[in-house]
Design a protein. Structure first.
Length: 296
């Protein structure tokens, strides 16, 4: 069908369709007379683009969603960013309503410190700094600890260091490992980074809350896992390749020194979590000495 009918079918303008074609979101067949011929497939894509645009999603992100084998998981990243922006707007709306009531600037100044805009910024930058849904996973993980006020010079410097790191960090993942990473965060259409992080946090909380009993209860499974991590089967697996890549990235990029180090300054709850995690790891090595070189 020609562009006029495509416009009518999708309820969008000719200019918009031409723009989407220029951005390689659609590729209609060009007829001998130079006219574009839009197939039913192109019409479906145009409708999809229209819905996603009305959700406020950028053209860049729409292209990622269109190309993704799991569109629901790809969309989850955009939804999380939207949620962050809605939280910002909610804080602003609440502030304006209170000011309309009695215009108490001192009170609202103090209230807004507890909804620090900078902490929303870190969550958003985490999502965008890393490929695929790995960024979303990190944002969800660190985000649960970002609930304190930046009220000291040390915290302000830590915030600036984190933002600088996220603005400049680059993580290159080869195509085969990229596909494996996607699979980790998209077990099904309904399970993605958010649910994986929730389950991971739940498990880690159980481990660090009662480490010795947890290790004893799960001794057999832990021993089997350590044995597997040392096997040739594991060493040849995509999991091993991804782990090596991530460990090298963390060492070379300053992930632990800059991101984790400054997160501990920015968030006391995160610093407490890391201390408990390190203590749990020491107990693991004590009970299972063979696990010492498991991540080397």
């Amino acid at each position: 069908m020609l562009i006029k009918e495509a416009c009518d079918r999708c309820n969008i303008t000719k200019k918009a369709i031409e723009y989407y074609e220029a951005k390689n979101l659609i590729t209609p067949r060009i007829l001998d007379n130079g006219y574009r011929d839009y197939s039913e497939s192109e019409i479906s894509t145009l409708k999809e683009i229209s819905v996603l645009r009305k959700c406020g999603i950028s053209i860049t992100d729409i292209k990622v969603i269109l190309d993704s084998p799991n569109k629901s998981a790809a969309l989850a990243k955009c939804k999380y960013i939207t949620e962050i922006r809605m939280q910002r707007l909610e804080a602003i709306q609440k502030c304006m309503s209170s000011l309309i009531n009695d215009y108490d600037i001192d009170r609202e100044f103090n209230n807004l410190q507890t909804h620090n805009e900078d902490l929303f910024t870190i969550k958003e930058r985490l999502v965008l700094a890393f490929p695929g849904n790995y960024g979303l996973f990190l944002a969800l993980h660190f985000g649960r600890f970002l609930n304190e006020v930046i009220d000291t010079e040390a915290k302000r410097k830590a915030y600036d260091a984190i933002i600088s790191y996220l603005d400049n960090v680059e993580l290159f993942i080869p195509a085969e490992l990229s596909e494996f990473l996607k699979a980790i965060f998209t077990v099904s259409e309904k399970i993605g980074a958010a649910q994986i992080e929730m389950e991971t946090h739940k498990k880690m909380t159980e481990v660090i809350t009662d480490t010795e009993n947890y290790l004893e209860r799960n001794r057999k499974e832990i021993e089997e896992y350590i044995e597997y991590k040392k096997s040739d089967e594991y060493k040849k697996s995509p999991q091993a390749g991804l782990q090596t890549l991530m460990l090298n990235f963390q060492k070379e990029s300053g992930y632990h020194d800059i991101l984790v180090g400054n997160m501990k300054i920015l968030s006391q709850s995160y610093a407490d979590y890391i201390l408990k995690l390190e203590s749990a790891n020491e107990k693991l090595i004590e009970l299972f000495p063979q696990a010492k070189d498991m991540y080397e």
